[in-house]
Design a binder for this molecule. Structure first.
Ligand code: AMP
Length: 584
């Protein structure tokens, strides 16, 4: 098939903003494409050569493409750049300059040739690769018509933005190959379980729509993730899910789909990129803890504080998204994995089964260990139970909860957002803008690197009305090695056999202290909490206030007596003032 057919179709698609018209042009294009070339045009139309999960990008810098245009047109780089400053689009510049230069074209470009050369560009690496890429692109442009050159350059530089969404492409495929309206959902399902439009297109073109039913899950191809709807109050979740449902912790990390095939582990992100290389620790955990030989499981990766075992916020996990120093980052910020779904195990596709069956299969497929967990969950009846579970989740560092239907309809709906999963996130929170001075009232023994010292401290504010200290957070972050080494000595004069009568806490630390040492901390926000006693019963029956993600600023407030610490009323005021702002 001539590449000019594709370029003409892009010309038309580019001019319309109506989806119906765009679909029609796509249908014309699909119809005029032989089966052999169909996957190629499906990928190219979205500016790709492969499905996203393959992780192969053409990725040619604009500066290099300028050199190719210069070779093909006989103009200098400066001349091309001058024109580029006017158009702002190297594709357009290439087409205008080729029109002017009118080089002699030997033979028409085919889709196959363009695809092969672009594929070579994508796979060229190592020393001398830049030059080689420039030459490859120039060889195409020298034989391209001005219109063809425009699109080739845009594809190569990642700027072909025709706006053809996956669903529009599926519409076009269904209109061409479907033999009635029932074809569309079947075709969409094939896409949802393979995430590969090219493969779906190829199957339709070569085997026909009747065979699309045979599409099945394949290890190594990510399944498009099921998504959750959102509510703002627990009542709304209960309304949608009925009298009884399951609530699960909503971990604040990165979603991962783990594929295990024998010893081989692959990790895919929510956006279906292959992120295996990013998380060597998760790969090792998955290899050792997934009991099934073949499985596809979903989980949330969460950054942990290695010393305290506490969960760290999402932003810290993002520090592990890097090209270099992957192993060091894994050491500094080790991850825990919280599994929440099983889509496939030992040859069996679980996506059509209700949530309780999938959860059972998940439990069977895993060996729970130190950093490998099943997502915490609980059957809840009514909004009060949901609210309490939610607060516990937030207290432990989660974002909220995901309420999940347990009925017979609660299948895994790949690629769909629906009411079978409902997320309820903390919203009424107060961001802390100021530091607080809190009193150390308890200590927890450290683990790992912090074995033998205190890993974290139970911190309290001061209630001047009753002259008591009320717990408000557990502090682990921001303590340097020097702080950790010194703290046992600093605190030893205050160790108590039992809790001080002036301390009001529900927590049970390993060691109690006489309230004495004051530390300055800064937290991320203040939230309701079932385990801390600061502001207890003030905003909700059975709940107090907690400072989330506290961090020691490094300042020992030896100038302050414990009675000079931040008071309970001040914390309440911080929480309320922010609420007022949210309400306004
Ligand atoms: P959102 O990203 O806000 O749309 O919320 C849905 C996301 O919550 C999913 O994509 C997962 O990454 C994440 N999540 C965390 N814990 C769970 C869980 N137990 N079940 C399902 N999703 C979860």
């Amino acid at each position: 098939m001539d590449f000019s057919i594709l370029a003409d179709a892009y010309q038309r698609i580019e001019k319309t903003s109506k989806r119906i018209e765009m679909t029609k042009y796509l249908v014309d294009l699909v119809k005029s494409t032989p089966a052999r070339d169909l996957p190629k045009i499906v990928y190219l139309t979205q500016g790709k050569l492969y499905p996203d999960f393959a992780g192969i990008e053409i990725g040619m810098a604009e500066k290099m493409a300028v050199k190719s245009v210069s070779i093909a047109t006989g103009l200098t780089d400066e001349e091309i750049n001058r024109d580029l400053r006017k158009t702002g689009d190297l594709g357009l510049t290439a087409s205008l300059e080729l029109e002017r230069a009118a080089p002699e074209r030997k033979k028409p470009l085919t889709v196959d040739r363009v695809y092969k050369v672009l594929d070579e560009v994508a796979h060229t690496a190592g020393p001398g690769s830049a030059e080689k890429k420039v030459k490859l692109l120039a060889s195409l442009l020298s034989n391209a018509t001005p219109t063809e050159a425009k699109y080739i350059v845009r594809i190569v530089t990642g700027k072909l933005r025709l706006g053809v969404a996956d669903m529009t492409m599926l519409d076009a495929l269904a209109l061409t190959y479907g033999e009635g309206p029932e074809a569309r959902p079947l075709i969409e399902r094939a896409y949802n379980i393979t995430s590969d439009l090219g493969e779906v297109a190829s199957a339709l073109a070569t085997k026909g729509v009747s065979k699309i039913r045979d599409f099945h899950i394949e290890l190594g191809k990510p399944i498009r993730p099921m998504l959750a709807e959102r509510v703002h109050a627990p009542e709304e979740a209960a309304e949608k899910l009925g009298a009884e449902f399951v609530a699960e912790y909503k971990y604040d990390g990165e979603r991962v789909q783990v594929h295990k095939n024998g010893k081989r582990i692959m990790l895919f992100s929510r956006r279906l990129e292959n992120i295996t290389g990013q998380f060597p620790d998760v790969v090792a955990l998955a290899r050792n803890s997934i009991a099934a030989t073949a499985a596809i499981l979903e989980a949330e990766i969460v950054a942990m504080n290695p010393a305290t075992g506490d969960m760290r916020p999402f932003q810290e996990l993002m520090r592990r998204r890097r090209k270099y120093g992957v192993a060091e980052a894994a050491k500094e910020l080790p991850a825990s994995v919280f599994f929440f779904d099983c889509l496939y195990a030992e040859g069996r596709d679980y996506t059509g089964e209700p949530y309780p069956e999938r959860r059972e299969a998940l439990a069977r497929s895993l060996r729970i260990g130190d950093a490998v967990n099943l997502a915490q969950n609980k059957i809840v009846r009514g909004t009060d139970e949901l609210e309490s579970f939610f607060e516990k989740a937030v207290e432990e560092g989660c974002e909220g909860v995901v309420a999940k239907s347990t009925g017979s309809e609660s299948i895994y709906r790949a690629g769909a957002r629906g009411w079978l999963w409902i997320k309820y996130k903390r919203e009424y929170r107060s961001e802390m803008t100021d530091t607080a001075d809190l009193v150390v009232v308890g200590g927890y023994y450290g683990r790992g690197r912090r074995a033998g010292v205190y890993g974290s401290l139970l911190m309290a504010c001061y209630d001047d009305k009753t002259d008591t200290f009320k717990s408000v957070t557990k502090l682990g972050a921001g303590l340097t090695d020097k702080d950790l080494a010194e703290l046992p000595g600093r605190l030893s004069p205050y160790v108590l056999e039992h809790v001080s009568p002036r301390v009001d806490a529900k927590e049970r630390p390993d060691v109690w202290f006489e309230p004495s040492l004051v530390l300055e901390i800064i937290g991320a926000e203040i939230t309701l909490s079932p385990i801390h006693t600061c502001g207890y019963n003030r905003f909700r029956e059975g709940s107090g206030l907690a400072i989330r993600f506290p961090r020691f600023t490094g300042r020992y407030r030896e100038d302050k007596a414990p009675e000079d610490a931040t008071t309970e009323e001040e914390i309440i005021e911080m929480y309320e003032s922010r609420l007022r702002k949210v309400a306004a």
